[in-house]
Design a protein around this ligand. Structure first.
Ligand SMILES: Cc1cc2nc3c(=O)[nH]c(=O)nc-3n(C[C@H](O)[C@H](O)[C@H](O)COP(=O)(O)O)c2cc1C
Length: 284
């Protein structure tokens, strides 16, 4: 089991010690061209989580590969690069340029709620990237997919090596003046309220595939991580919690090992899928 950060929730270059507490560091999504992201405000707190509409702000792939990646590689933590784009060609070209030793895996962000949807399907994008790279390819999917099992089977058939679930849900908050708090209007909803959504998505994905699954969404403590493993996640990622608690990787890992023992297992790996026998049909 690997403990990872969720893409966009940790800047490893400003907080290298936090990054080193993970088994691998996942970058913020990189797009072909530099992006300023959306106008502010682009983060808002809600009663049970956070809303963001960062809009994939990033330096673009040329500057990322030339300047950021060598610095990340020197941290001594395996680097997973999150790749985004607006066509399968965008994704594939970035994958091609990232085919190098200092990239441990590529996570294809197929699900950003804060930019317009890519016109191609997730499977088409995965197939285009598969043709361009031998790096392990993780397909990061949206919890909005009407049938997650079907999407998982399609991206696996297209050549994905793993699945990441979930990205944020689309949400909206209003200020006192009854206008949307975020300049863009809706944004991505993350944090504790996302946990049941993540558990359902990972559970559905595990029933559809034997591929590794990175589970994320509202993980705040070891029990949350344990539940994701029980639903079929093989790895766990921490996102919003990092804004509240930079010690979360060390704390959640320690708590998880305690929870694993308390649940009667000897290792996290043995928990994977434990909830699958007990729920007949979660989609109903
Ligand atoms: C501020 C912020 C920025 C994010 N940026 C990205 C991103 O660039 N790429 C991506 O795939 N997911 C991004 N996400 C989504 C997270 O990686 C994660 O899927 C989601 O927040 C659910 O996990 P959590 O509830 O533990 O935060 C972002 C989330 C937040 C809160």
């Amino acid at each position: 089991m690997l403990l990872l950060n969720a893409s966009g929730c940790l800047d490893a270059l400003t907080a290298p010690d936090v990054a080193r507490a993970f088994d691998a560091f996942v970058t913020k999504t990189v797009t072909p061209e530099p992006r300023q992201g959306n106008a502010p405000p682009r983060i808002a707190e809600t009663d049970a989580g956070m809303l963001n509409a960062i809009g994939l702000a990033n330096p673009g792939r040329d500057a990322f590969i030339r300047e950021t990646l060598p610095r990340l590689a020197s941290l001594g933590v395996p680097v997973w690069v999150s790749v985004g784009g607006f066509s399968s060609r965008d994704y594939a070209e970035t994958c091609e340029q990232l085919s190098r030793d200092d990239v441990a895996a590529v996570e294809l962000n197929l699900s950003c709620p804060n930019v317009d949807e890519a016109p191609e399907t997730a499977a088409e994008i995965v197939a285009a990237c598969r043709a361009c790279t031998a790096n392990p390819l993780y397909a990061k999917l949206s919890p909005h997919a009407p049938d997650i099992g079907e999407t998982v089977r399609a991206v696996e058939a297209a050549g994905a090596d793993g699945i990441s679930l979930v990205n944020t849900l689309r949400g909206l908050t209003l200020g006192r003046d009854l206008r949307p708090t975020l300049a863009r209007g809706a944004g991505g909803y993350s944090g504790p309220a996302l946990k049941p959504v993540a558990l359902a998505a990972v559970h559905a994905a595990r029933r559809a595939t034997a591929l590794p699954i990175v589970g994320m969404g509202g993980v705040w403590n070891g029990r949350d991580a344990l539940e994701l493993l029980a639903c079929g996640a093989t790895h766990v990622a921490l996102g919003t919690v990092l804004f509240a608690d930079p010690d979360a990787p060390v704390r959640v890992r320690a708590e998880l090992y305690e929870e694993v023992g308390r649940a009667g297992f000897d290792r996290p790996e043995n928990v994977v899928g434990a909830a699958l026998d007990t729920v007949a049909n979660l989609e109903n």
